[in-house]
Design a protein around this ligand. Structure first.
Ligand code: CUA
Length: 319
């Protein structure tokens, strides 16, 4: 995994994010001019009229009911607001009305307390927290259209370098699209307070060149590895409550409550950013997830040391 940039709306790499950056600069430009005028007048007044011996006998000129001044400070701000409104509406409309082209990749993302399920319905892939998409170039545009659903409470999907923010609401389907032009790894976060571990709902979007994306798809579509050396761990896993919540394709594990583990080790973190996905951390997680992510719905498995070693040895083969 490459080092990750701090997410910023000023470093866009995807069509809607470029539009949002341009609009933001436009609004910032206008508000900066207003700020300079207001602050300029304030500074001028402070310098010009400050600290002078006052003569209470002489009152400054009193101005009442100047139609010209009142019109100016009503009409000018009104026009500024109209301009900001119209320009913003045009950008929002431009992003919202984009029709889904036939080549688009379709993804469904389901917000959960506190992780993201990532489904590729047409490709038969289910993963978690880390979204892989192809880069889109002018010659062959391949945007990704995302359907957003929630399994529990309101979350919000936000990867600032790729698109705007979209709420993820229970019993409602929202849509958003991205069209990344530059391969790389981009991060985001759940942007709507959703409970204790709202801060640990990391979103990672890996944008691949086309051939690399196709290799990723092929790897994810493959059934889970069945390494004879870790058969004992595989049997232990199948005998435990793990399989009620997790799926490992090609095994009796077909639970859907927790993340799909078929290619667990292809992921960079455990617990949506709670820890790096290493053998050691995975073992700690299985032993008691609350040590890494307090409040996580997965229970401590209460395994003996030996069982824990056997089980983890199996899990790390799920590449
Ligand atoms: Cu999910 Cu905040």
């Amino acid at each position: 995994m490459t080092p990750i940039q701090t997410p910023s709306i000023f470093a866009p790499v995807s069509t809607p994010a470029f539009a949002i950056r341009d609009l933001s600069l436009f609004v910032l430009g206008i508000t900066a001019v207003i700020f300079l005028i207001v602050a300029g007048f304030a500074a001028y007044t402070l310098i010009r009229f400050g600290r002078r011996p006052t003569n209470p006998a002489v009152e400054p000129a009193q101005v009442y009911g100047s139609t010209q001044i009142e019109l100016a400070w009503t009409v000018v701000p009104f026009l500024i607001v109209v301009v900001l409104f119209l320009v913003t509406a045009r950008y929002v409309w431009g992003i919202e009305r984009r029709a889904q082209p036939p080549d688009a990749l379709e993804i469904t993302i389901v917000g959960n307390q506190w992780w993201w399920e990532i489904r590729y319905p047409k490709l038969g892939i289910v993963t978690a927290n880390e979204i892989h998409v192809p880069v889109s170039d002018a010659a062959r545009p391949t945007p990704t259209f995302i359907t957003l659903e929630s399994a529990d409470v309101a979350h919000s999907f936000w990867v600032p370098q790729l698109a705007g923010k979209m709420d993820v609401i229970p019993n409602k389907t929202n849509r958003i699209w991205i069209e990344p032009r530059t391969p790389g790894t981009y991060v985001g976060q759940c942007a709507e307070y959703c409970g204790l571990q709202h801060g640990l709902m990391l979103l990672v979007v890996v944008v691949h060149p086309r051939d690399e994306f196709e290799r990723w798809v092929a790897a994810q579509q493959a059934p889970a590895r069945d390494d004879p050396a870790t058969r004992a761990g595989r049997e232990l896993f199948a005998s435990l409550a793990c399989i009620n919540c997790h799926t490992v394709r090609g095994t009796p594990a077909n639970g859907v409550f927790g993340p799909d583990l078929t290619h667990l080790m292809s992921r960079w973190t455990i617990g949506a950013g709670a820890a790096r996905n290493t053998h050691e951390n995975l073992q700690a997680w299985v032993n008691d997830p609350s040590t890494l992510k307090h409040g996580a719905l997965m229970p401590a498995m209460k395994l003996s040391r030996r069982e824990l070693d056997t089980l983890t040895a199996y899990l790390v083969t799920l590449k």
